[in-house]
Design a protein around this ligand. Sequence first.
Ligand SMILES: Nc1ncnc2c1ncn2[C@@H]1O[C@H](COP(=O)(O)OP(=O)(O)OP(=O)(O)O)[C@@H](O)[C@H]1O
Length: 274
Amino acid sequence: MSFLQELTDREHVFEFLTQVKSPVDVRHGPILYLEDVNVSFDGFKAINNLNLTIDDGELRCIIGPNGAGKTTMMDIITGKTRPDTGSVWFGSRHNLLTMNEPDIASLGIGRKFQKPTVFEALTVFENLELAMATDKRVLPTLTAIMKPEYRDRIDEVLEMIGLEALRDRLAGILSHGQKQWLEIGMLLMQKPRLLLVDEPVAGMTEQEMERTAELLTSLAGKQSVVVVEHDMGFVRSIARKVTVLHQGSVLAEGSMDQVSNDPEVIKVYLGEEA
Ligand SMILES: Nc1ncnc2c1ncn2[C@@H]1O[C@H](COP(=O)(O)OP(=O)(O)OP(=O)(O)O)[C@@H](O)[C@H]1O
């Protein structure tokens, strides 16, 4: 079928519109598995024998002082940084160290950076629409022929992120918090299996933080969510299990109460704030 025929065939399902069919295999183990990972930058060990396991559907908070290796760890998972040694697996089938960044993203690993990067001149709805198309050049075509199921997905995501009432407003007029939720919504359009979220509540009001806590906890279960955050009040409000990184390794892991009472953690990290 030619591209022109595809365009005029109302029943044709474009490859770029099909949701990511994540083939990740979690039947016998975790969704994310890092073992003995090491990364050095000019001789400095940013990641040092790091071991980390995230279960399917889990919400995990990662904390740690500046320079602990949190960003580098996210960069390794998404393929931005290659470790010197170690293993990184997504389910039991996908060795992430053999894959590039776009392939890792298309497996269903979504990453939300600290700063919101929504398209301010587009409406909330259009931002979500755009997030669905992997080939951004086809957006005008996509808008003209959008199938009901894609509209349904946008409606579903609008409800999840609480922006239904603002669907036709330009993203540029949204508050900082609303932009962050919209960007999370853009990631959700592709139905990711694992979401990596970097400092989601930096710069948010108390109310926005509460709403973000509700959003992230509501996502867990359906997808796995890893949140890197410095705000301890926020971490306490959402955390089930917390991992404390220090000098590129796991220093402690457990409930917020367990890690915040751990003498090593108090010494190297929470002690900083006391
Ligand atoms: N590309 C790089 N080149 C050299 N050093 C780097 C590079 N990336 C990170 N580092 C160093 O590796 C260490 C870990 O950095 P990383 O950004 O992962 O820490 P972090 O826990 O995310 O810190 P923060 O909480 O401040 O964001 C730091 O000492 C940092 O300076």
